[in-house]
Design a binder for this molecule. Structure first.
Ligand SMILES: *[C@@H]1O[C@H](CO)[C@@H](O)[C@H](O)[C@H]1NC(C)=O
Ligand SMILES: *[C@@H]1O[C@H](CO)[C@@H](O)[C@H](O)[C@H]1NC(C)=O
Ligand SMILES: *[C@@H]1O[C@H](CO)[C@@H](O)[C@H](O)[C@H]1NC(C)=O
Ligand SMILES: *[C@@H]1O[C@H](CO)[C@@H](O)[C@H](O)[C@H]1NC(C)=O
Ligand SMILES: *[C@@H]1O[C@H](CO)[C@@H](O)[C@H](O)[C@H]1NC(C)=O
Ligand SMILES: *[C@@H]1O[C@H](CO)[C@@H](O)[C@H](O)[C@H]1NC(C)=O
Ligand SMILES: *[C@@H]1O[C@H](CO)[C@@H](O)[C@H](O)[C@H]1NC(C)=O
Ligand SMILES: *[C@@H]1O[C@H](CO)[C@@H](O)[C@H](O)[C@H]1NC(C)=O
Ligand SMILES: *[C@@H]1O[C@H](CO)[C@@H](O)[C@H](O)[C@H]1NC(C)=O
Ligand SMILES: *[C@@H]1O[C@H](CO)[C@@H](O)[C@H](O)[C@H]1NC(C)=O
Length: 380
């Protein structure tokens, strides 16, 4: 089930004087908000909006070095989705460059290829059961490169959500050699390498997730902060249907042959607490200090926030885990996400603020974070 509207906080860009947040909303708008801090209080001011990624902007991918923003329109009530590009202007406004029809339901994109040469953006298509690649041609222009469609021999254990493959995210590995794609419908994390000249993707052996678990989003972690084939590397997978976070030790196979995964940890995304009924975790991120993992939990508003006059405002939650060098996780905290259905969150570069896009309550919560302890709390 999908709501027709959603706030998705996609990225925070930090400039000297102010912080701008780019927010995509299923209601059709991409908004830029300016975040200002005054004596520990934070306020968001809308400074720009556009409907040029309408009707259902689902995800924003920012090409920070080049000042570009790519927006995916999921097309909730249309056969197809679309990919739009924008240049990011100094004042936070966006100038539309291009718009192209795509296979159904793009929900995530990642830029890959040769940093100084040919690059492309790979999209995950949830309803379209596809991964597509678009060659970047400079200034935000792009052209179709490849469309890969997947099928399921039979529905998964959860027939209503696993009727077909559902590609949910495209993730670049830390060495920039592979793209990983959690597939919620097929209980797989697909692994791709690519031809260095054409940037066309080639499927390799996938990571098999437990039947019915529903892989959704994931994050890599290098405990020593360095990324290389022989560096210690872990991969943390959030599975929406099982409500779990699973840690894998990653080994690089020789000659670009793919990745080998060994499970080293699994728990409820609620950590040591019982998973509440209906929980559907969504986003996962390693904090900028490289010491903690944050996960958003949706669809169980059992968390209460103090409201006016002693009332309680229902809220979902964010879980924080401490990352241990052997790949295991230690549960640290469960804290209110500041609203209902936190589909996405972004942590600023200092690690001291978390912006949460709460889809059902249609709000962006700005939460303070203690970089030393990893604890999330009220701003100020
Ligand atoms: C910050 O928020 C608190 C609580 O709402 C309020 O009492 C205080 O006056 C605010 N401070 C400023 C500088 O706005
Ligand atoms: C979009 O921006 C215009 C001004 O350019 C403003 O009038 C309008 O209220 C904004 N709409 C939304 C949904 O933010
Ligand atoms: C972009 O393409 C989509 C799908 O073809 C279409 O629905 C949408 O109106 C287009 N947007 C713009 C701004 O041209
Ligand atoms: C529209 O979406 C369908 C279903 O995903 C796909 O087969 C078709 O190629 C798409 N059309 C375009 C122009 O991308
Ligand atoms: C990459 O693609 C080019 C152009 O199609 C082809 O000539 C080349 O052999 C490919 N490289 C590999 C390693 O497959
Ligand atoms: C990684 O380690 C293997 C042996 O464990 C070695 O053969 C290989 O050269 C190393 N690769 C790099 C890039 O250092
Ligand atoms: C992955 O590693 C495990 C244990 O290290 C090993 O049993 C398995 O054969 C490996 N798989 C591949 C494809 O290399
Ligand atoms: C949240 O989980 C609790 C405990 O499992 C359950 O009693 C409650 O009904 C759930 N609430 C929602 C909104 O799903
Ligand atoms: C939300 O929770 C309800 C009640 O537990 C459940 O029926 C529903 O499938 C859940 N929705 C999602 C998207 O997980
Ligand atoms: C809180 O209660 C006071 C006194 O009953 C009332 O005047 C006020 O409107 C209430 N505020 C809210 C936000 O409900």
């Amino acid at each position: 089930m999908k709501a027709t509207t959603a706030f998705t906080v996609m990225a925070m860009t930090v400039a000297a004087s102010a912080t701008n947040l780019f927010v995509s909303d299923y209601n059709g708008y991409v908004n830029t908000y300016s975040l200002t801090a005054r004596e520990g209080n934070y306020s968001l001011t809308s400074i720009f909006n556009t409907t040029e990624c309408a009707p259902n902007p689902s995800w924003l991918t920012i090409d920070t070095n080049r000042g570009l923003l790519f927006c995916m329109n999921e097309g909730l009530n249309t056969v197809n989705g679309s990919l739009s590009s924008f240049t990011i202007n100094g004042d936070g406004s966006l100038t539309h460059v291009e718009n192209t029809t795509t296979p159904s339901g793009p929900v995530h994109g990642v830029i890959y290829g040769n940093a100084a040469g040919q690059r492309a953006i790979a999209l995950a298509h949830y309803t379209g059961s596809a991964v597509t690649s678009w060659l970047l041609q400079g200034g935000g222009r792009f052209a179709e490169n490849q469309e890969l469609f997947f099928t399921l021999p039979q529905p998964g254990q959860n027939p209503s959500r696993q009727d077909a493959p559902h590609e949910h995210e495209t993730i670049l590995d830390p060495t920039g050699q592979y793209i990983l794609v959690p597939d919620l419908g097929a209980d797989l994390v697909r692994v791709f390498s690519w031809n260095q000249t054409t940037l066309q993707l080639k499927g390799l052996a996938p990571l098999q997730a437990p039947p019915g678990s529903g892989p959704r989003h994931a994050a890599f972690w290098n405990p020593y902060g360095t990324s290389c084939e022989n560096c210690t590397t872990y991969f943390y997978l959030v599975s929406e249907l099982a409500s779990t976070v699973t840690g894998y030790a990653v080994r690089y196979l020789p000659n670009g042959g793919g990745l080998n995964f060994t499970q080293v940890f699994v728990s409820s995304t609620y950590g040591i607490l019982n998973k509440p009924q209906g929980n559907a975790p969504a986003e996962i991120a390693v904090t900028p200090d490289n010491r903690f993992l944050v996960i958003s939990n949706r669809n169980n508003t059992s968390f209460g926030l103090p409201g006016p006059n002693g009332t309680v405002i229902p809220s979902d939650s964010l879980s924080t885990f401490r990352l241990v060098d052997d790949g295991t996780l230690v549960f640290v905290q469960l804290w209110a996400s500041g609203g209902s259905y936190p589909r996405q969150f972004s942590i600023d570069r200092t690690g001291s603020l978390v912006a949460v896009g709460n889809q059902y309550s249609q709000n962006i919560a700005i939460l303070a974070r203690d970089v030393a302890t990893g604890l999330i709390g009220e701003p100020g």
